[in-house]
Design a protein around this ligand. Structure first.
Ligand code: DON
Length: 611
């Protein structure tokens, strides 16, 4: 008698039936079963590295290490940036991508800082009313024509020094062999896999196949996560370049998925996509020159406007009290004016012209003069001629990395899929999900509401147009060269995260590590409220009463953290760079080990320790 061929009496048959049912239930019901039950990793210190030979700071240790290895092999900051962008697509798939878009600030030594702009575009079939009645954020229709690969290709052609395939090969390996899941990746994957739409809907079957574990199981720290389809796609890209994605075999798969799932992108849209090199938006603040992304990102102009206003209102340094009530009040007042102007004037510059005054210091001064030091102005009043609707409406991932090489060449890159895992639709067999960037257009012409929906004209949808972004990768120079590299994810909060770090470092002379570690707050014009990070118990919450007394509304959404800012401070005279990775998503700063040359002085120790 073999082990499967037994005779059972009725009691044991009954028992075995119960056991079977329990087993089936345990396998089918994932625990925990909802996204809210997934526990965020414990807060860790910011991660700090110091080196003379280059540093890479990104959201994952593997991507930062791959970038540092490229620098150690003699690659420059742009080579490393291309390799890190591919590595994040494997190691941080909720935001790292080859199918979204972004902005790469490049500061080559002794040359102008430029912005490699690779923002997505609207497919050719849309007009400004196409999304008026649309509600769904996770649908193929939300995908804009991706820009990432054309952007990386352009940056590499203009500035790269190592062969393209050398920059992709590490990512092919880690995708094929798998990466060990850490607590942040487990959190990121499990949070989405436990959403009922992802668990149940047919259109997310490919998503489940790519990112799911076994049925009913959640990812655990230490698991091996393999992405063979993505490895195959990256192999094609290593061999054939970006063309494979825009006109070759990958394009065919994207278009087929669009046709099956009601998406808008056609083969022609993909073929027509071009990345641009645009000038940096630049200006002086407190003796530093700031360089930010040019529209279609609102980031460069808005951060600069805020910084100029911050300098003009004279924010007082209070070393014992970051932040104090005057600083938070004034920065909130600055933000609501800057975000109002963002809505009024900023969009794709190839479709609407940006008023000259938005680039000027005089305008910032004039705006700053309107701010009361003691009393909040309501957002409605700040709106001016923009009509604000009272009607309620029936019924928003990105990642930043900063790099400096041994010659002081710097890259500040933010790129995104927009929402976590974009639209969550993966063209079958490609191993990646598409962005849902169409959500960054103004959907309803003329409809701006107090909840934060914007309907101003410049950013309405049009064929081939780039949607307005808030991505704010920045490079700051002083007389000697690059002084700071910074950026963050976080939608509209990006602008305030970056401004708050620049205020602390450039105006208050606070070390970058403290500026990144400290609490953040956000005001975006509408809703008319200052949003505090929930993680901080004391430094911000103690200001609540005084801010309410000045006319502000305060919100503190449970579990909400603002951005994940990764930066580098650099001293061109000594060549020492200090990289700081944010704790909020467990980022990692990796230093390039210093080579010992026969004629070198004793080597300064290189550290890569957590603080
Ligand atoms: O380009 C933008 O402004 C947005 N799509 C960025 C979205 C984002 O940062 C979400 N991440 N946390």
């Amino acid at each position: 008698m073999n082990q499967y061929n037994f005779r059972a009496n009725s009691t044991s048959r009954h028992l075995s039936r119960i056991c079977c049912c329990v087993l089936i239930l345990v396998t089918l019901i994932p625990l925990p079963s909802s996204a809210e039950d997934i526990v965020r990793p414990e807060r860790a210190p910011v991660d700090i590295a110091e080196s003379h030979s280059g540093i890479v700071v990104s959201d994952t240790d593997i991507a930062s290490q791959i970038g540092a290895d490229i620098l150690a092999q003699g690659g420059n900051a742009v080579d490393a940036a291309v390799a890190v962008a591919f590595a994040l697509a494997v190691t941080w798939p909720e935001a790292g991508n080859i199918s979204g878009g972004g902005f790469m600030m490049v500061a080559p030594p002794n040359e102008e800082v430029v912005c490699v702009e690779y923002r997505e575009t609207a497919p050719a079939c849309v007009d400004e009313h196409s999304f008026e009645k649309w509600q769904e954020r996770h649908h193929a229709r939300m995908a804009g024509v991706p820009g990432t690969l054309r952007g990386l290709e352009l940056a590499h052609k203009k500035y790269g020094s190592l062969p393209w395939d050398q920059l992709v090969k590490h990512s092919i390996r880690i995708a094929r062999e798998g990466i060990v899941v850490d607590e942040y990746l487990a959190y990121s994957l499990n949070r989405v896999l436990t959403l009922s739409s992802i668990k149940n809907e047919k259109r997310f079957a490919e998503f489940r196949r790519l990112y799911g574990k076994a049925i009913g199981e959640l990812w655990q720290t230490g698991d091996l996560f393999k992405q063979p389809d993505l490895a195959n796609t990256l192999e094609i890209i290593a061999e054939h370049g970006a063309d494979a994605f825009y006109t070759g075999s990958i394009a065919k798969k994207i278009v087929a998925e669009m046709e099956e799932q009601g998406g808008l992108i056609t083969a022609e849209d993909l073929k027509n996509y071009k990345a641009n090199i645009r000038p940096a938006v630049s200006g002086q603040v407190n003796g530093y020159t700031l360089y930010g992304a040019y529209p279609p990102s609102s980031g460069g102009i808005t951060v600069l406007l805020q910084m100029r206003m911050a300098e003009a209102v004279g924010l007082e340094v209070d070393p014992d009290n970051y932040w104090n009530v005057d600083q938070v009040h004034l920065l909130a007042e600055i933000s609501k004016r800057a975000f109002r102007d963002r809505a009024a004037y900023l969009a794709d510059p190839d479709f609407s012209s940006i008023p000259e005054f938005m680039f000027s210091n005089q305008y910032a001064q004039k705006q700053a003069e309107k701010i009361s030091r003691n009393q909040a102005t309501s957002s409605i009043e700040v709106a001016g001629e923009i009509p604000i609707s009272n009607l309620p409406e029936e019924s928003l991932e990105t990642t930043h990395f900063s790099i400096i090489d041994r010659n002081g060449m710097a890259v500040s890159n933010t790129y995104t899929l927009e929402g976590t895992f974009g639209c969550r639709i993966a063209p079958k067999g490609t191993g990646f999900v598409l962005n849902n960037e169409m959500g960054d257009f103004n959907w309803i012409p003329g409809y701006t509401n107090q909840q934060g929906r914007i309907g101003t004209k410049p950013n309405l949808m049009s064929p081939g147009k780039r949607m307005l972004s808030s991505q704010s990768p920045m490079i700051v120079k002083n007389d000697g060269g690059v002084a700071l590299v910074i950026g963050s994810p976080g939608g509209r909060t990006i602008i305030n995260t970056v401004t708050e770090i620049l205020v602390q470092t450039l105006l208050f002379e606070r070390p970058l590590s403290e500026a990144i570690d400290g609490p953040r707050f956000h005001h975006q014009w509408f809703p008319d409220e200052i949003k505090f990070e929930s993680d901080d118990q004391e430094q911000l919450t103690r200001l609540t009463r005084s801010l309410i007394d000045r006319g502000h509304t305060i919100s503190r959404p449970k579990g909400w953290l603002q951005g994940s800012a990764h930066g580098i401070e650099y001293d061109p005279a000594s060549g020492i760079a200090i990289g700081v990775a944010d704790w909020r998503r467990g980022g990692k700063a990796v230093a390039v080990p210093q080579k010992v040359q026969s004629n070198d002085k004793p080597v300064t120790p290189v550290t890569n320790d957590s603080q």
